[in-house]
Write a protein that binds this ligand. Sequence first.
Ligand code: 13P
Length: 258
Amino acid sequence: MARRPVIAGNWKMHNLQQEAIDLTNGIMQAIREEEKSRLPEVIIAPTFTSLYAANKALKDCGCGKVRLAAQNCYFEEKGAFTGECSVQMLKDTGCEYIIIGHSERRQYFGETDEMVNKKAQAILQNGLIPIICCGESLEQREAGVTDYHIASQITKALRDISSSDAAKSIIAYEPIWAIGTGKTCDSKEANRVISMIRNVVKGLYDENTADSIRILYGGSVKPETIKEQMAQSDIDGALVGGASLKVDSFSQIIKGAM
Ligand code: 13P
């Protein structure tokens, strides 16, 4: 089955509103001439306070080539949860995707597998798409428990989620030791882990679901690495951090995935 590639930019805690508008416009300008059918699905994930501005820039352009994601959400609909944003609020701001379970959220903000699962369910119930992150630490890799750890994260994240919902979800494999370090995971090894994840999905559901779900690689993705990554059998795209903050590098990555 042909899975449409995805290139998603996770801006993390960067960009004030005007910077978000400029970057959004720059990306759209850079891909303006590209055939929509050849483009990968392009997603940007600004921080909460820049979502409105980025969404407005996307709408004003009207080219419909770039989609909006949030970097986090809370699973309850509304209530006394100071500082949190519900899925409905993010949908209201133009988000179609929400990143959940990023290793930085797990590490600094105590996000657990159970929370990731509740968030995934809330996102899908509201008609949005979760980008579910998983990944091992250097210690786990050296201890030889990478596959076990990732399989456990994915199994827990997908608990009580139907096969049709799982099929439209996106998973991002981001080895923690490759994030922001410049040390990209070897493409063949990333592909091996990603096909292992696809196998886990097949075990939880069936072959169709495993063939449909898109699984991205993340961790020091650069314009120079994208072609080799995209040439692998199971890598469906990239979740890009640092290189998504510059029009030049992000648009080169998008074009490298075409
Ligand atoms: P870098 O591309 O900066 O390594 O970040 C990857 C990441 O964490 C994307 O979510």
